[in-house]
Design a binder for this molecule. Structure first.
Ligand SMILES: *Cc1c(COP(=O)(O)O)cnc(C)c1O
Length: 422
């Protein structure tokens, strides 16, 4: 790494302008509410799509305020979880009828894990690749904490032991005792992309199911759930899907598993005849089986409006731009940041990289606070990681170059003016 100099800055800034001019997704930025802040935290909370406020106001004032109870039917509230599930499904490569929106990711991890163990343990003997006793859940060792906590509880409830395994070794670790493996598609801290096709295939070869957490991949890259024969998956909608704070999560249960998916949270909304009010539970068929109770309609319909920005967008184009942005950011950091001040912990190889760059840095907490003061918003993950998320629908190359320039100035101890909100 070299000291930033005027000519490097000018040439990278020029290159950024050219890349922005050639960017086929550039016009999408206008679909979001943004200001002069360089917002690189869409991997934690996506920016607000511009169509959402008016739609939400209509939901509140007309659908709730005027139609009241009629809206469950007339405004399509009752079927929203499956309708919006199909729209999320298009983004993660799931054919209609397999994704249901609702609850949080944490809750859906629980449904998927316990439901997955029940499918495996309930299989007729002789169908599995191994012996009959499958009493082990494997979990991604560096998982986002909530997945690990829920997995521990799911293991206790199902009489399984829980074994943490580094995600890259998961394919080798699944064995004859494994019921289910839970893996994060992209690591929330390092931005490392894990091998979904290979790990899923290895799980199947060992007679196990694999549950994928797509929180950091959905909306950032093509996932291909159906194409890769994924069993079960969950994810949130407030990161790269821009659904808003606390917007409902989703659960994918592949068609082939739906008849044997026995939810550990069988609420009335997943009953075959919810208004029959029967004392005994009979599960509905299909994705509806993943529902629990009354859906959070306001958040759900905000998410539905937010998903309009995906109309006509290919996830392949999103992926290409994501990789171009993160490559360009790394080049700018290399050119501008004083040598030795940061070290990328995100894999350089494209096939192992999600849509964020994580830089290890001494004093990362103070550095990020100063970046935010100067109008570059990423986040800090303890103890020493600066995270920068790149959302291809609204992040540009000029933003990326400027973020690296401000980072270099902060790290070099140069004074800087507050920036951002216009
Ligand atoms: C963001 C994230 C979550 C969030 O779970 P909530 O229940 O929505 O709080 C869970 N898992 C992973 C891997 C995440 O990145």
């Amino acid at each position: 790494m070299s000291e930033p100099n005027a000519s490097a800055t000018a040439s990278l800034a020029e290159e950024a302008a050219k890349l922005d001019a050639a960017d086929e997704l550039r016009a999408k930025r206008a679909d979001f509410v943004l200001d002069d802040t360089i917002y690189l935290d869409g991997n934690s909370l996506g920016a607000l799509p511009a169509a959402v406020p008016a739609r939400l106001a209509d939901v509140v004032a007309r659908e709730w305020g005027q139609l009241r109870i009629r809206s469950w039917e007339e405004s399509g509230w009752w079927t929203a979880p499956e309708r919006i599930g199909d729209r999320v499904g298009r983004i993660v490569g799931a054919a209609p009828g397999q994704v249901v929106v609702g609850d949080s990711t944490s809750v859906n991890v629980f449904k998927a894990l316990v439901g997955g163990v029940r499918i495996v343990q309930g299989r007729p003997a002789g169908r599995d690749a191994g012996d009959a006793v499958r009493d082990e859940i494997l979990v991604d060792e560096s998982t986002f904490p909530t997945d690990g906590y829920i997995a521990e509880s799911a293991a206790r409830l199902t009489g399984c032991t829980l074994r943490p395994v580094p995600a890259p070794e998961m394919a080798a670790a699944v064995g004859p005792r494994t019921a289910v493996a839970l893996v994060n598609h992209v690591d929330y801290r390092t931005g490392r992309l894990h091998d979904l096709p290979g790990t899923t295939a290895a799980g199947h070869a060992a007679g196990a199911l694999v549950v994928w957490d797509l929180c950091h991949s959905a909306g950032a890259l093509p996932v291909g759930l159906d194409a890769h024969g994924v069993d079960l998956a969950v994810g949130c909608t407030y990161k790269y899907l821009n659904g808003g704070p606390g917007s409902p999560a989703y659960l994918y249960v592949a068609h082939e598993h739906q008849p044997r998916f026995d939810s550990p949270l069988p609420g009335w909304n997943s009953h075959a005849d919810p208004f029959g009010m029967a004392p005994a539970y009979t599960p509905a068929d299909g994705a509806v089986r993943g529902r629990v109770g009354t859906p959070d309609i306001l958040s759900m319909l905000a998410l539905e409006a937010a998903l309009d920005v995906w109309d006509g967008v290919s996830t392949a184009a999103v992926r290409a731009k994501s990789l171009a942005l993160t490559d360009f950011f790394l080049r700018c950091v290399e050119a501008y940041v004083p040598a030795g001040r940061v070290e990328s912990v995100t894999p350089a190889a494209h096939e192992r990289r999600g849509s964020q760059i994580a830089l290890r840095c001494a004093d990362a907490g103070e550095v990020m606070a100063e970046l935010i003061r100067r109008g570059v918003v990423g986040d800090f993950r303890r103890p020493d990681v600066l995270r920068f998320g790149f959302t291809p629908l609204y992040t540009g190359f000029a933003d990326t170059e400027r973020a690296a320039r401000v980072l270099a100035a902060v790290l070099a101890g140069e004074p800087g003016a507050p920036g951002g909100v216009a």
